[in-house]
Design a binder for this molecule. Structure first.
Ligand code: FE2
Ligand code: FE2
Length: 212
């Protein structure tokens, strides 16, 4: 079951699938950033054995995802486009508390929420894409993202009481929903919703309001 406070509407997936190459390039950069975020956690908390043990293999896996996405782009005669800033990750980063102990929990929970959002969007992409290769790519990746989500929770449980995790997770889930809903729509993995007028569907507004 998805643990997100706001669910991506179907109008988003239809709109991003109009430019699969732009989406793939942005997605490849997301995998690269995921690998680097995991490595940064290891660099910051080298003495946390469970964290290092679980996240080392995850960094390798995110790079494998990166290579997989780049190979699909190459197979279509395209190269990676320039990296762009990620207002989604920046917005979530601002929600994290600053004390060393609080920051580690928040970074783990935020990383887990990003995995959860990626899982949700890969599932939509796998379901709606008419392109067999992309369908297979997204179907394969969503399994990994669900596992990564569980791993971040597991590492958090190794260091923090369950009640603290649940309270903070609830707050960060609300923050994540607020951040992503406020982002403009773009052909990117972590963009905001298509405006109701652009979606051309008066019911899409109600869909945006629907809780997860
Ligand atoms: Fe990944
Ligand atoms: Fe991941």
């Amino acid at each position: 079951m998805l643990r997100l406070d706001w669910r991506t509407p179907a109008s988003w997936v239809e709109a991003v699938l109009s430019d699969p190459l732009a989406l793939l390039s942005d997605h490849a950069h997301c995998e690269l950033k995921a690998a680097s975020a995991v490595q940064s956690l290891i660099v910051t908390y080298p003495d946390r054995q469970a964290l290092v043990h679980e996240l080392g293999p995850m960094a390798v896996e995110e790079m494998q995802h990166f290579n997989q996405v780049v190979a699909v782009l190459a197979g279509r005669g395209h190269t990676l486009r320039a990296a762009r800033p990620s207002p989604y990750a920046e917005g979530l980063g601002k929600a994290a508390r600053q004390g060393r102990k609080e920051l580690m929990l928040d970074r783990l929970l935020v990383a887990g929420l990003i995995e959860e959002r990626s899982f949700e969007r890969f599932e939509l992409l796998a379901e709606h894409s008419a392109d067999g290769e992309l369908k297979d790519l997204y179907s394969g990746l969503l399994v990994s993202e669900a596992r990564h989500r569980r791993l971040f929770s597991q590492v958090a449980r190794d260091y923090y009481p369950r009640a603290d995790i649940e309270t903070r997770e609830q707050e960060l889930r609300a923050a994540e929903a607020q951040v992503i809903r406020a982002l403009p729509f773009e052909v990117r993995m972590h963009s905001g919703p298509v405006p109701a007028s652009a979606a051309g569907d008066p019911s899409s507004l109600a869909e945006v309001e629907e809780p997860a």
